[in-house]
Design a binder for this molecule. Sequence first.
Ligand SMILES: Nc1ncnc2c1ncn2[C@@H]1O[C@H](COP(=O)(O)OP(=O)(O)OP(=O)(O)O)[C@@H](O)[C@H]1O
Ligand SMILES: [Mg+2]
Length: 483
Amino acid sequence: MNNANQISFEALNDFSEMSFLLNPAVKIIDANKSVLTTLKISLSAVIHKEFISLLHPASILKVEHAIIKCLKERAKVELECKFRSGDGKDIDAQCYFSVCSSRNCKEDQVLVIAKDVTVDRQKELDRLRFYNVAHNTVNPLQITDLGGKMIYVNPAFVKMSGYKEEELLGHAPAVLASGMHTKKFWDEMWSTISAGNVWVGEVANRKKDGEIIYTQLLISPIMKEEGGLLGYFGIHRDLTEKKTLERQLVHTQKMESIGTLAAGVAHEVGNPLASISALVQIIQRSTEEVFIKDKLELVKKQITRISKIIRDLVDFSRPSNYELKLTDVNANVTESIEIVRVGKKAKDIEFISELDEDIVPLHLVADQLQQVFVNILINAVDAIVEMKASLKTDYRGKICVKTQRVNNNIQIIFYDNGPGVSAENSMKIFEPFFTTKKEGKGTGLGLWVSYGIVKSFQGDIKVGVSELGGAEFVIHFPIHPVY
Ligand SMILES: Nc1ncnc2c1ncn2[C@@H]1O[C@H](COP(=O)(O)OP(=O)(O)OP(=O)(O)O)[C@@H](O)[C@H]1O
Ligand SMILES: [Mg+2]
């Protein structure tokens, strides 16, 4: 290499960084071996060439500025730029520019040291890509250190848990423990992952607000390049929907089997009951004794009660063999409200209906539909009356009914400002004989029968919390049911 220069570039041949010596016209006076191996070019292709001819076009301007600054201010300048190698590849380099002057040479020269950082940049880019994938995926994701403390959680994890990020980092994922898994379950998980293996399992976690969420959790050990564990990576897949569907299926099957049982009981009890009822009437007519007449009257009352239960059982289990007719749901709602409104208990209650006039008529059995609506409205009246009795304030009961079309369904929503239904009761409310009413006041069959009727028209009924703080019953009927 050029010995006339102030520093011997031979001395720089052992360095892995590329070194260039430039004259003030930014032409290359000398270069070390690393320039030739990194840029895959010969010395003759470098010497006396413009330095910028070795650069990627996007880097030319900023390098020119750097050199001007370096020469003008005699300052050291550091920047990152891209070279283009002889075989057309881009080389990322961290460059340092400094001025050197010598006694032999009048003009200032520029020493450029360029460190190849292509691999580092590629790694950073890969890391950034992975980080973005992890950060933006809809799957909740957590990274824990070897001690099992969370060192990273993605936004989906934060959302799932209901905790803030700072409430999670530094803590073990056990903050989400639902207590629904045995110690053995977690011991097995730990022994699998600490041996460097992947563990997959279904877990139930508890959100900050206490709600349970079901996920499939995959935990994978993070290994160091040179071997050995660095931490653990856990990714969740939400199973709540699957669990809800499973629960609904079990519920539907349970309801079906109760229906079959009810049909049998109704048949077996109904016939003897009809005989007893007939006999009671005969005896009543054939006796003059007041005591016996009185007692028979009581027997009749009890028979009426049993008959109502049997009628309800039959209503639930009877296959829908009535004729389906195009039914105006709005008219049906209005009639049901009129029926319930005239009741003694309903006289102080305000009924509000908000009916979408454009909804299409549905193929239903109008009487059965009315039975469902009346059941729900009477329940709301009962709930409001009971609440009023316990409150003794100027509380005024309100029952609202709304109809609307939602996609391919007609939705009928009943909501009130009564006491509402607790989360625990809402799981059981459609089961037969579930009632919170005093003995003799309710049999707990009303909603069960309603459920049976709605399902027989391929609809659905759900209970929730009303915007007025009471109960809300939402019924859906498909506009085009497939029978
Ligand atoms: N609007 C409502 N507000 C509060 N609780 C309600 C409401 N509707 C129903 N419930 C609850 O659901 C229970 C079950 O209702 P369901 O109609 O099945 O039976 P019931 O009204 O008790 O008896 P019946 O067989 O006479 O209808 C009620 O006892 C009550 O606890
Ligand atoms: Mg009822």
